[in-house]
Design a protein around this ligand. Structure first.
Ligand code: ZN
Length: 176
């Protein structure tokens, strides 16, 4: 099994306390664990893919949520603590799931990757729906629970339960 690390929405608008939809201290608290995951992936020769909200000013998602992560702005940039390196892949997305309207599935298949390790934010939104889409497509998914976070701790716990019990992905760690 070949696994790829998928870093979801580790962007200023979600993880910097000045960000438009930031996860607060819960988001800040998981930065070291995400950095650890990225370093471990690189040490093992795993590919690192960043799935990043990159919205247009008139994006339909803004009918549901306040504007955030406008493409080309500071809010849509990856936080400096988790900066990508040459060779990492950036997948811009406009919806919750990193698979929706992107070439992530094609790229994973071309790279013979059949498993994902998913970290980032928010556990109950983009992490959950990306995990759901990955499982529907037959990928194995592991979520290290100390490397995902949400602005809503109850929703975080509920989403981890759904990931484990409904989507049959693996949770690692005790942060649930
Ligand atoms: Zn968004």
């Amino acid at each position: 099994m070949k696994s790829t690390l998928l870093v979801v929405d580790c962007l200023n608008d979600f993880l910097d306390l000045r960000g438009l939809l930031n996860c607060g201290e819960a988001g800040r608290a998981v930065l070291p664990a995400i950095a650890r995951e990225i370093a471990a992936a690189r040490a093992r020769g795993m590919e690192v893919v960043y799935a990043c909200d990159a919205h247009r000013p008139d994006d339909a998602e803004f009918g549901l949520y306040p504007p955030h992560c406008l493409e080309g702005t500071w809010g849509a940039e990856i936080v400096p603590e988790l900066r990508p390196e040459p060779g990492d892949r950036i997948v811009p997305k406009r919806r919750f799931s990193a698979f929706f309207g992107t070439d992530l599935d094609l790229w994973l298949r071309e790279n013979r990757s059949d498993a994902l390790r998913i970290v980032g934010v928010c556990t109950n939104i983009c992490v959950l729906y990306t995990t759901a889409d990955a499982r529907m497509r037959g990928y194995d998914v592991t979520v290290p629970t100390d490397a995902v976070a949400s602005f809503d701790s109850a929703a975080h716990g509920f989403a981890l339960g759904q990931i484990r019990d409904v989507l049959k992905a693996s949770l690692e760690g005790t942060g649930e």
